[in-house]
Design a protein. Structure first.
Length: 589
């Protein structure tokens, strides 16, 4: 695939068990931890699920799914009460992914931005129907198609908007469709991902009765102990652009999607039985479309549910297409399901985000719960190796190349080819700020403002390498501005941290200005003669490039009418007239 058809990942967001952000997810992966716990007491323990169904007693859960800032998104309290939490979560993730990309969400209104969401469950609607909750908002609040449409409506997006259901491959198929929409110029930007929340016992019992769930509450991917999967929940989103557009716009680029393929088993041994030949075909299709040699692939993020049949078929297909015949080492494989469980309709986006983070950090974390492969998965013959520790990328001197697989129980298979970007991320050409700096924080309410300050504080504290000038620049140019605002003023990182900490506590600390924006008009201030002093602009000329550029432009405009240089006057250059001269001070002020 030529570079002009490659798709850049410019932003991402996730909310996963034990990992409320991509950074937290990466730390979970690096640490080799899983986030599988007992069912929270506010879920379905009281709904007839007991120790006779051990596969339902554990899972990967997300905290506080009942909380939602409806006012932030312009949703009334009554409508919010009957909105599927999957709609709410997708709104939050879409916003976070755009902010991560440095895109101001409000500026997308009217644009051909597409929204593609994978989702397969409707647990919340079932709960409302069971309790007889029917209002004017129930239909839109519980319809799965609205999960994507809600994002498009809230942000005023005019591109395609669809919720995709291909069972467990839904989220990765959503990414595939988003890439195709971008390549056809149907969309100029795409928001793609998936969401899955386990809030009703019915869907859990259905999976248990099918025999898909692990009685041990673990995913033993490619292991002799494999006996099913453990359920997970949450969601993830990526923001996508054509690579050439991302480079032209100076966007951050995590990696690129080189190609992808989708097919169906179409008449295999059974409706839910995976087919090896179909999986081989989708792999070949994806790498053919990517224009890459299959032997170049270094890592594959497995569908990897931990079912004996599913694992055997997936391993055989990978071995046939990517494993056997390889030169060098075996193909490295792993599964995020061993960390956070199987997110079902959102599983594919979890695997994709994990792979993106692996490429960004140039490391591959361990796939958990693996000790020994069963006889039907001869890893050595298939030239496959399950990753069992945190290691640097295989062949790090070669361009990093990986695949991500996701398969639906009805036979819809998807594989996406991900590579490091051939184009470096945009580097700021701004000169480092050396004088007084400002960091703007805003929110819709005072409590939200304090929370924003706390989040920014945690972000900066954990990244000592960040340039505080860049932080201030990003807060102004790539964030939405709301009514409640605060500005932290200072010259260094310590002052920023101190001001944010005080703001988070609700204190009016020195160097922190707070207020609430009100509608108004532009005001011009003319101080009049007598307010000047020698050297009055020296500090700003040295520390504020915008001010210096503006004064330079003013000086060029004045030069047609005066025989002195404005900049020389302000800088007190020898021979320049004094600010005390009437004909100098008036235009200078």
């Amino acid at each position: 695939m030529s570079e002009d058809l490659a798709i850049a990942v410019v932003g991402l967001a996730c909310r996963l068990p034990g990992a409320p952000s991509p950074d937290a997810f990466w730390q979970l992966l690096r640490d080799g931890r899983d986030a599988i716990t007992d069912i929270p007491p506010d879920r379905w323990v009281s709904a007839g699920v007991d120790e006779s169904m051990p596969g339902l007693l554990r899972g990967g859960f997300v905290d506080r799914i009942d909380e939602f800032d409806a006012e932030f998104f312009g949703v009334s309290p009554r409508e919010a009460a009957v909105m599927d939490p999957q709609q709410r979560l997708m709104l939050e993730l879409a916003w976070e992914a755009l902010e991560d990309a440095g895109i101001v969400p409000e500026e997308l209104s009217g644009s051909r931005t597409g929204t593609f969401v994978g989702a397969i469950s409707g647990d919340y609607g079932e709960l409302l129907r069971r309790r007889g909750v029917f209002t004017r908002h129930t239909l839109t609040g519980t319809n799965r198609g609205i999960i994507a449409n809600r994002v498009s409506y809230t942000l005023g997006l005019r591109g395609p908007s669809m919720t995709i259901d291909t069972a467990q491959s839904s989220a990765l198929v959503a990414v595939h469709l988003a890439c195709e929409s971008l390549r056809r110029s149907e969309s100029t930007l795409a928001i793609a991902g998936g969401v899955n929340l386990n809030i009703s016992p019915d869907s859990a019992i259905s999976a248990y009765k099918l025999g898909a769930l692990s009685l041990d509450g673990r995913c033993f991917t490619f292991d002799v102990r494999a006996n099913g999967y453990v359920r997970g929940e949450g969601g993830g989103v990526v923001a996508l652009k054509r690579l050439e557009d991302a480079v032209a716009d100076g966007d951050p680029i995590y990696c690129v999607i080189r190609g992808s393929g989708v097919n169906n088993d179409g008449g295999g041994d059974g409706l839910t039985a995976p087919d090896c030949h179909a999986q081989e075909e989708v792999l070949r299709l994806a790498y053919e479309r990517a224009g890459l040699e299959r032997s170049e692939v270094q890592y594959v993020e497995l569908h990897g549910t931990g079912t004996r049949l599913g694992d055997r078929v997936e391993a055989s297909a990978l071995g046939a297409v990517l494993g056997t015949g390889r030169s060098g080492g075996p193909l490295v494989v792993g599964s995020a399901k061993t960390n956070v469980g199987h997110l079902e309709g959102a599983a594919g986006i979890v695997g994709l985000i994990k792979t993106i983070l692996c490429i960004e950090h140039r490391e591959i974390p361990a796939s958990l719960n693996f000790r020994e492969a069963p006889p039907e998965i001869p890893l050595h013959e298939l030239r496959l190796r399950v990753q069992q520790s945190l290691d640097s990328w295989p062949a790090p001197d070669q361009p990093l190349l990986a695949g991500v697989s996701s398969f639906g129980m009805g036979g819809t298979n998807c594989h996406v080819v991900v590579a490091e970007s051939p184009q470096p991320s945009h580097e700021s050409d701004r000169a480092p700020e050396t004088g007084m700096l400002s960091w703007v924080v805003s929110a819709r309410s005072e409590p939200a403002l304090r929370e924003q300050a706390q989040r920014l504080l945690a972000h900066v504290e954990g990244r000592p390498e960040l340039d505080v000038g860049d932080i201030g620049y990003s807060l102004v140019t790539s964030r939405s501005t709301f009514e409640s605002r605060a500005v932290v003023l200072g010259r260094d990182r310590e002052r920023l941290l101190e001001g944010l900490a005080g703001l988070a506590r609700g204190e009016q600390a020195a160097g922190v200005v707070t207020g609430r924006a009100h509608g108004g008009k532009t005001v011009f201030v003319f101080p009049g003669q007598g307010s000047q002093w020698d050297g009055m602009a020296l500090g700003l000329l040295e520390s504020a490039s915008v001010f210096a550029d503006s004064m330079r432009a003013c000086g060029e405009a004045l030069s047609r009418y005066v025989d002195w240089s404005l900049e020389d006057v302000l800088r007190r250059v020898e021979g320049a007239p004094s600010l005390q001269c009437v004909d100098v001070v008036q235009p200078a002020l």
